[in-house]
Design a protein around this ligand. Structure first.
Ligand code: NAP
Ligand code: ZN
Length: 346
């Protein structure tokens, strides 16, 4: 099946319209008519070559929502007409200990990314900036009908990437959580941590988005450009979630942690980060990372968001605005996720 898509022809080049081939619907596959595809900063890192060489031409997009239009003979989990979603992962071995325990993103054989990855059949995956996609049914999520389709789209990456560490590190009543960076991931982290019952602080470069941050559920909002912030908040958090797409001064943020506190990095800048170990020794602090979340946990997050009336604040764009949107994300000028209306690809 030949379908319309937007692809980067080479590293750092603007995206342009193209067509790509989607595989035939196999016994355990579903065919999805894509409604929306979110723009994650990871798409930009990948296209720009921040994370190394990639298989070009490359169709990004790992926040996908649409309707099922065909299912394989062996599929019982999804039906034609269902609203479904696909996140960062389209396959995994399904047999290793990690897959068995719901951590498919850490599959021993390697999870198969939604784009720029080699699928288990040897083909290269292509992402959601496209009209249709064929995905293994076990890696397709159900989108609760109460969620708006466009606003639910970023949950497939930004939502799960923040929900998973917030849950793992026990964000909840009595816990003080700071979210560094109020972008796509950050604005989901604030809403989810607030819904979990934690006391939430936003640490943004400036106070420009303070009103939004407080409206999204933050209790406090500070500018990291103000050196007083690091003194005022010293040793005060149980958990700091760093969503920044660029290098940060890790040791300065470790200084904000109370005894046993953890700084969890979900931001994925190209360059290594430096750590002053004395900032770790003091207060028995941890510095950790977390990558998306498993399939069952992603479904749990979607249901949690529906239950709490949480979704992303999105700016819906046409496919031909994608390059402009990339520039705006790089300038931290996004409130708070761009989502491509896939009907503009027809
Ligand atoms: P985004 O929408 O661009 O948000 C990043 C935010 O970081 C910006 O809004 C800005 O917030 C802050 N920021 C940007 N540049 C900065 C700088 N030079 N110094 C300080 N703060 C800066 O990006 P996103 O889509 O949320 O993704 C964030 C990062 O997470 C990316 O690196 C992405 O690749 C990564 N990611 C990781 C995973 C995972 O599984 N771990 C999943 C998805 C994405 P303020 O304006 O509030 O300061
Ligand atoms: Zn992403």
């Amino acid at each position: 099946m030949r379908v319309n898509a937007y692809a980067a022809p080479a590293a750092g080049q603007p995206l342009a319209p193209t067509t790509i081939e989607r595989r035939e619907v196999g016994a355990n596959d579903v065919l999805i008519d894509i409604e929306y595809a979110g723009i994650c900063h990871s798409d930009i890192h990948t296209v720009n070559g921040d994370w190394g060489p990639q298989p070009f031409p490359l169709v990004p997009g790992h926040e996908i929502v649409g309707r099922v239009t065909e299912v394989g003979s062996g599929v019982s989990r999804h039906q034609v007409g269902d609203r479904v979603g696909v996140g960062c992962m389209v396959n995994s071995c399904g047999e290793c200990d990690r897959c068995a325990s719901g951590d498919e993103q850490y599959c021993v054989q390697g999870m198969v990314g939604t784009y720029a990855a080699t699928d288990r059949d040897g083909t290269t995956t292509q992402g959601g900036y496209s009209t249709h996609v064929v995905v293994d049914a076990d890696h397709v999520l159900s989108i609760p009908e109460s969620l708006d389709a466009a606003a639910a789209t970023p949950l497939l990456c930004a939502g799960i990437t923040t929900y998973s560490p917030l849950k793992h590190w026990n964000a909840g009543p009595g816990k003080k959580v700071a979210v560094v960076g109020l972008g796509g991931l950050g604005h989901m982290a604030v809403q989810i941590a607030h819904a979990m019952g934690a006391e939430v602080t936003v640490l943004s470069q400036s106070l420009k988005k303070q009103e939004d941050g407080l409206r999204l559920g933050a209790d406090h909002y500070f500018a990291t450009s103000d050196p007083d912030t690091f003194e005022a908040l010293a040793e005060s958090f149980d958990l700091v979630i760093n969503t920044v797409s660029a290098r940060i001064d890790v040791s300065a943020y470790l200084g904000l942690l109370d005894v046993n506190g953890a700084l969890v990095n979900v931001g994925a800048p190209a360059e290594p980060l430096d750590v002053n170990v004395f900032a770790l020794l003091s207060n028995r602090r941890s510095f950790s990372g977390s990558m998306i979340g498993g399939i069952a946990e992603t479904q749990e997050m979607l249901d949690f968001c529906a239950e709490h009336g949480i979704a992303s604040e999105v700016e819906v764009i046409r496919a031909d605005q994608v390059n402009e949107a990339y520039e705006r994300v790089l300038a931290s000028d996004v409130r708070y996720r761009f989502v491509i209306d896939a009907s503009t690809l027809d």
